[in-house]
Design a protein around this ligand. Sequence first.
Ligand code: PMV
Length: 276
Amino acid sequence: MKCDQQFVPGKIILCGEYAVVFGYPGIAMPSSWGITVTIQEEGARAIESTGHRFDQPWLDYTSEILNQIERKSGRSVKGKIIIDNQLPLGRGLGSSTALIIALCRAVLGLNCRETALEIESHFNPYHSGLDFAVIWEGKPVYYQKGKKMVSIELPDDLLKDTFLVDTGKPFELTKDLVTRVKEREKQLKKPLEIIGGCADRLLEGEDLLTLFKEHHRAQKKLGVVPPYVDEFIKEIEQAGGAAKVVGAGGRDGGGGMLLAVNSPEEVFIGCDYWLI
Ligand code: PMV
């Protein structure tokens, strides 16, 4: 019996959301949470999930990824596929990309970058490649579309006392939000420039408090921060901190995860939150 196990992290985008789609740089790091896939190649295909369990849409998404792997590799994927998932799903932490990479590696081995990237592009046609780069590498990256990805070291204390705070699941899919921003690229040039300028400022040592405040205001102008999440960020700022939405965000539902710096913990009471 073959039994493959692959842990793949999620990701936390420190800066650059949406701007990376248009060629500006962004910085992201792997999360300590991730997805581990184990395949026991016996019997018919059956998918099981543990940890943050998959609901039917995620089970269907898993089946579609496996079908893509079969189509592209010519191999049939059989047996029990066990997915141990610690990533909150659909919250901007890269769960969909991590699942593609974890399944590809479990079925095809480590040398499957091209196939995994093709499958990522199949499901998320306008992606910048930032999620894929950081999750594939499992290291912090400075990423600019069309250029060689640079693996970077972040200062050890950069995210000291930094929290991830769950503001709820966005109603919209990333690809639809990206399409909307693409349609308004010209009108949104200024906020995209501000977001796209943050990566170099971060590497030059500018403090996250200032950076996140500007980043957040620019994300808001893109229309990807739901009003109540903006109100919540105002409270965080009034308490002396700063926060930004991590990942694609949303419009009418939740905003996914917030990355909050320098904020007293009391502000998060009533939410799910974690110290990084
Ligand atoms: O899908 P998410 O929430 O991981 O967001 C990805 C970040 C975007 O910049 C919005 C899209 C992209 O492909 O870079």
